[in-house]
Ligand binder design. Structure first.
Ligand code: ADP
Ligand code: MG
Length: 917
């Protein structure tokens, strides 16, 4: 019989695995918006989104409502890693009957305790509390929280049943009671109130008023108490009268709260696990008896297996059962066991903590009025050990579910995590931790938990939570202020659009052309392809990251190409023009050799992506270098001639340059080959630029009024005349200053790939300096120019709430030691910078398409834009943001975006083809 009883109290490993699975399912159910109302494990959001980093400082009041007491603490944090906070506290016993009385009386009593405490406490220095004394309220009951300082009580427990509280905001109730305690006339200008008991030691404290800024469950307080600098604690388990657990969940999974980025602490309320029957097959007849005799039968089934409020009762029922079966106390009177509550958890702990001898067992049992034999003593000890061992094992199973869930949702292969522990079972049972860890390890081998005992209860943690909340609020405000200049309103964008339009008109006008920042260069390309073009062509593409030479074959079946990429080393980019064009010729000859076409004389189209004053299709004066090029003796020269001269120097005769085009034009042409509506070209790569088909009558810089001509806008220089000064930020100025062409290509420097990483880097530097990032730690890598590449923006913005691993990887590469919060902040910076770039690009494009629509006298116009450039193509949000903003700015244009594949090469060949046609 004893063996049978012991077996029923021991849960086999397979069964624990199943239970862990159920727990995980219930957790998901509790977090999901659709199912949470039916969930037994409620998974309540706490609105605590950050663990402390040790920089928190100031004075904090904490009110802890406990089983029979109110504890008031004054905690002073020094920003020293929370290692040695100063704490003063006082405990007040709750008056008889107050737990079952009116809610108002309870809160009035708490407020009085606060008054009395502050009256007796000499106030410490208030550094940084700015006239208010923040208060954290530890309220260990089930609440529906909607903010850190807004929490409706769902239900009382632990012997409380005050009227008029369930369904109300507990924070408000406490704040109202506190306000009642203050001197009526003493309202200060901030709308706060003077505190009668608070004796300020310095004048500026006189305006201190108490503000309830945070409410939290005791579990959360414990988690925060255990967290210190460099050792964040992300799980807490309370193994006490009741049982509960909280942990840091990925915020996007907490569907019941709006927060979607970062993490949020979730109060599991796992005591109710099993209320839907999922624990039925491990529940023993003793547990059933305990449940039936409790005040809430059928509820909190998990808690009733593991809480110290119940362990004595479980053992008592086991002993009653075994006595009835004559396996215990035979021949003696054991009727004392019938009395509810005679056998307590403390008795059990006394009995089992002395494993080697039975003297303690005998003492306990005899004190209860029993007359145990030696055999009874041994058996009672075994039963007690089984009951408590099971409680530890089930705690471990719950913990394992939490750990595996965290590991899975963070997409980690292995999770290392600190677990804060507190409660009389944990503290009272010497094998608790050992069982907890070993069973959790068996059930979740992918997770490694380290237990951090909470010595100070939840009070210090509550103060820290409050401190973190205030720090984050202050930080958030500073971040918002810092990023505000980068965030453009629709009105800002409309203004940019209008300015672009104005500059376009100026660039087209014969008289105004010379002073326009947008140069509107005629390309001498007057037709988009019609699909009848045929032949073999040579093409060059210079002006981007790579220099390419191509062979393009245009046939009835389509276009086929062969190409080679060549590097232009920076010394050549910035050396002499002769060297640059010699290098280009060598690349061409190398390509022709490789293609076995040294002697073929093919028409050549040259994509040359720098601003040129075109005199004809094959005559183009370089106006200025951009994008890091600065080869000497080229500006003002005919680029086609420079290439021909280089060919002569190399005695290479098989070269017939027929057309020079900008890459925007090439892109438009290549997309135009497939879509006749394609009359705009856009580049968003290293640089940015656009072209479009303009009416000849509007082009004041070229003779003739008939038909259209493609205009290479050179919009990268938009703003070089100062018209965009109002949107440049300090970051943009810093970036501009460090380029080889300060003051030039101002629009490009807000939009294109060569600069976005640099802008982000400047923002990050400023944030670091203001201690908003990396806890203000100085990092030399970030000081290195171009260390933060634009492709990082893509990676960082791609990582959603699911995993910030990519961010971490990048930061590690940069030797930056970033916290989770740092990663989120960096993503926010990247998003702000790339969003602005996309929106500005949209404003420019809106000016273009609207002008085309007006040119053609249409109410609505459909047009296609051929786009090239790696930023546009690879950034996860750029194109979406661009298109969305364009719709808002040019609602009467229906714009389709076509991705150009190999546009510059293909386009140059097509220009050559159209020209030869
Ligand atoms: P180019 O404009 O020089 O012809 P690309 O269109 O390929 O060449 O653009 C190259 C630029 O694109 C790089 O300078 C870089 O700033 C940016 N870039 C490269 N990879 C990415 C990426 N994954 N996401 C966003 N931008 C990128
Ligand atoms: Mg390009």
């Amino acid at each position: 019989q004893i063996q049978r009883a012991l077996r029923s109290l021991s849960v086999p490993l397979e069964r624990l695995h199943i239970m862990k699975g159920h727990m995980m399912q219930d957790m998901c159910k509790g977090l999901s918006l659709q199912t949470h109302t039916q969930a037994k494990v409620r998974m309540l959001p706490t609105y605590i989104c950050s663990t402390p980093n040790g920089t928190e400082k100031g004075n904090f009041l904490v009110v802890e409502l406990c089983q029979t007491q109110v504890r008031i603490l004054l905690v002073t944090l020094y920003g020293d890693g929370n290692m040695s906070p100063q704490m003063m506290y006082k405990i007040f016993d709750l008056p008889e009957g107050i737990r079952q009385g009116e809610g108002e009386a309870l809160f009035d009593f708490i407020a009085q305790c606060v008054t009395q405490f502050l009256a007796e406490t000499t106030s410490p220095e208030t550094n940084g509390s700015e006239g208010r004394l923040p208060l954290a309220f530890v309220f260990p009951f089930t609440c529906q929280q909607t903010q850190l300082n807004k929490a409706e009580l769902i239900s009382w427990s632990k012997g409380y049943s005050c009227s008029g509280v369930v369904g109300n905001d507990v924070v408000q109730l406490l704040q109202a009671a506190i306000n009642k305690q203050t001197v009526g006339a003493g309202s200060n200008e901030e709308g706060g109130r003077w505190w009668r008991g608070w004796r300020p030691s310095t004048p500026d404290q006189s305006s201190s008023h108490i503000e309830v800024v945070a409410l939290m469950n005791d579990t959360v307080g414990t988690m925060m108490t255990c967290s210190t600098e460099g050792r964040p604690c992300e799980v807490a388990v309370i193994a006490d009268k009741g049982s509960n657990c909280c942990f840091m969940a990925e915020a996007y999974l907490v569907e019941t709260a709006e927060e979607t980025s970062g993490r949020m602490c979730v109060n599991t309320e796992w005591g109710c696990f099993g209320d839907d029957g999922s624990l039925n097959d491990i529940i023993t007849p003793y547990d059933e008896s305990v449940d039936e005799e409790s005040s809430n039968p059928g509820e909190k089934r998990f808690e009733k297996l593991v809480g110290t409020l119940y362990l004595g009762e479980i053992a008592r029922h086991a002993l009653i059962g075994l006595t009835a079966e004559k396996a215990l106390f035979t021949g003696t009177d054991a009727s004392v066991l019938k009395e509810k509550g005679v056998f307590t958890t403390q008795h059990i702990l006394d009995i089992i903590n002395n494993e080697d001898s039975t003297t303690e067992v005998r003492r306990v049992l005899e004190a209860l009025g029993l007359q145990p034999s030696e055999r009874d003593c041994g058996r009672v000890q075994q039963i007690c050990r089984a009951v408590v061992g099971r409680a530890a094992t089930l705690h471990a199973t719950g913990l394992a579910a939490i750990l595996s869930y965290m590991c899975q949702t963070r997409e980690m292969e292995q999770l290392m995590v600190n677990v804060g522990m507190e409660g009389d079972l944990y503290e009272g049972y010497h094998r608790f931790e050992e069982i907890l860890l070993s069973v959790a390890r068996l059930l979740s081998p992918e997770c490694i938990a380290t237990i951090l005992p909470s010595r100070d209860g939840s009070g210090r943690g509550a103060a820290v939570v409050t401190a973190v909340a205030l720090r984050l609020a202050a930080q958030r405000q500073e971040v918002n202020e810092l990023l505000a200049p980068l965030r453009l309103t629709l009105a800002d964008l409309e203004k940019v659009q209008a300015l672009m339009r104005q500059e376009m008109e100026r660039g087209l006008g014969k008289a105004t052309h010379a002073n326009a920042s947008v140069r509107m260069l005629p390309s001498y390309v007057c037709h988009t392809p019609d699909g009848t073009e045929r032949g073999d062509f040579l093409a060059l593409d210079l002006g981007g990251t790579n220099f390419r030479v191509l062979m393009v074959r245009v046939t009835e079946e389509g276009i086929s190409m062969a190409s080679e990429i060549y590097v232009i080393p920076p010394p050549i980019m910035q050396g002499t023009g002769e060297a640059l064009f010699d290098h280009i010729m060598e690349c061409i000859m190398d390509f022709q050799r490789k293609q076995n076409m040294m002697l073929q004389l093919l028409p050549l189209g040259f994509t040359f992506s720098f601003p040129c004053q075109q005199m004809g299709l094959d005559k183009a004066l370089l106006l200025t270098w951009t994008k890091g090029f600065s080869a000497s003796d080229c500006v003002g020269k005919d680029v086609v001639l420079l290439l021909r001269q280089a060919a002569e120097r190399k005695q290479h005769t098989a070269l017939k340059v027929v057309a020079l085009v900008n890459d925007t034009v090439g892109t438009m042409m290549s997309c135009g080959y497939d879509d006749p509506k394609c009359e705009v070209g856009l580049i968003v790569g290293t640089g940015t630029n656009a072209c479009y088909m303009e009416e000849m009558r509007n082009v004041g810089t070229v003779e003739g009024d008939q038909g259209r001509m493609c205009i290479n806008m050179e919009w990268g220089a938009f703003g070089d005349n100062g018209c965009l000064d109002h949107i440049f930020t300090q970051f943009d100025k810093l970036v501009d200053d460090s380029t080889i062409n300060p003051g030039k290509q101002r629009f490009e420097k807000l939009v294109s790939g060569m600069y976005l990483g640099e802008i982000v880097r400047q923002v990050l530097l400023e944030m670091t300096q203001r201690q908003l990032l990396f806890q203000g730690r100085h990092c030399t890598t970030l000081q290195t120019k171009n260390i933060f590449q634009t492709k990082f923006l893509s990676t960082i913005e791609l990582s959603n709430g699911l995993a910030l691993r990519q961010i971490r990887a990048i930061l590690q590469e940069l030797e930056l030691d970033a916290s989770f919060e740092d990663s989120l902040l960096m993503r926010e910076v990247c998003q702000a910078v790339s969003l602005r770039a996309a929106q500005l690009c949209a404003a420019g494009l809106a000016a273009v398409v609207e002008k085309m629509r007006e040119n053609r006298g249409l109410d609505n116009m459909s047009v296609s834009v051929g786009v090239d450039g790696t930023l546009y193509k690879l950034h996860p949000c750029f194109s979406q943001n661009l298109q969305k903003t364009l719709k808002e700015l040019a609602p009467n244009c229906n714009v389709t975006f076509l991705l150009s594949e190999d546009g510059s090469g293909k386009g140059a060949a097509l220009v050559a083809a159209v020209a030869t046609r």
